[in-house]
Design a protein around this ligand. Structure first.
Ligand code: G1P
Length: 288
């Protein structure tokens, strides 16, 4: 039996060093693309996929994300008094049923694998999703929904992947591909940030995962991997062979919003589609 995916872990403790000074006091996950912070896109993508038990693995200076998903009584009262019903509805749009968002602190920056391990009591034996909010993926349906639909057929573990230029493999987890069936690729191996010369393929993992809870056992070994950190990729690699493991070559456009250029591209791309901004963006970009 394939157990449905109801839980998701968002690792949001990262320091955002590629975006300083903007991220000195503001979490990188609160950077807006057009008018919404990155974390909100990620949470909406999860809800669209039917996932409604949410865990944010936070760190120092990240408390503002809790406020984002809570009532803002003063703001709501003023908007109500002024009759600004549209703004009020937007402000309340991220209020999820009480108790559906939890927070845990990753007390030391020991890597993505360590962040996920910090959510082990929340996961508590269930299969779960992971999404990295600075990987913004625009697509309809969202990538998590595409993955959940594929998972309902094949079960096991799944990562979202895309083909990247060979010189870029050292920025990603990279798969050793097996049999392909449509957009699904069987995974034979996984390696974190391989050099272009040694990368087993150019099929790179982007920040969306569906994992079986056994990954926590491997993470608890706290093995140090690439970059001196505890890597999720290394723990996932240990599941290959004992559980199904697939890559989904998702439909959608991915922006690395942890980098200036990726975040700018995401903004331009969204603004070029948004009714309130698109004509101005067209005018502006015509002369470039
Ligand atoms: C993380 C993962 C990596 C993955 C990437 C996608 O790396 O460790 O396997 O390919 O996210 O964005 P990071 O970008 O945090 O260094």
């Amino acid at each position: 039996m394939i157990e449905p995916i109801k839980k998701i872990v968002f690792p949001v403790a990262g320091l955002g060093t590629r975006f300083l000074p903007a991220t000195k006091a503001i979490p990188k996950e609160m950077l807006p693309v057009l008018d919404k912070p990155l974390i909100q896109y990620a949470v909406e993508e999860a809800l669209e996929a039917g996932i409604d038990q949410i865990m944010l693995v936070t760190g120092r200076n990240k408390q503002v994300m809790e406020d984002h998903f809570d009532h803002a009584f003063e703001l709501e009262k003023i908007l109500d008094e002024k009759g600004k019903s549209e703004a009020l509805a937007i402000s309340k749009s991220m209020l999820l049923p009480e108790g559906s968002i939890q927070y845990v602190r990753q007390m030391q920056p020991k890597g993505l694998g360590h962040a996920i391990w910090c959510a082990r009591h929340f996961v508590n034996g269930s299969p779960f999703a992971v999404a990295l909010p600075d990987d913004l993926i625009l697509g309809k349906p969202g990538t998590l929904k595409q993955m959940v639909e594929a998972y309902e057929k094949v079960g096991g573990n799944m990562v979202a992947t895309m083909d990247v230029a060979r010189e870029k493999t050292s920025s990603y987890g990279v798969i050793t591909p097996g049999k392909r069936s449509g957009k699904l690729i069987e995974i034979k191996g996984l390696v974190e940030k391989p050099a272009p010369e040694t990368a087993p393929s150019t099929e790179a993992v982007v920040g969306r995962y569906i994992l079986q809870s056994e990954v926590m056992e491997h993470l608890s070994a706290k093995q140090i991997g690439a970059g001196g950190e505890i890597q999720l990729t290394d723990a996932m690699a240990k599941l290959i062979g004992s559980q199904p493991f697939h890559a989904l070559n998702f439909d959608g456009e991915r922006f690395d919003c942890g980098s200036k250029v990726g975040w700018l591209m995401a903004n331009i791309s969204m603004a070029a589609q948004d009714p309130s901004t698109k004509s101005r963006i067209k005018e502006l970009t015509q002369n470039w």
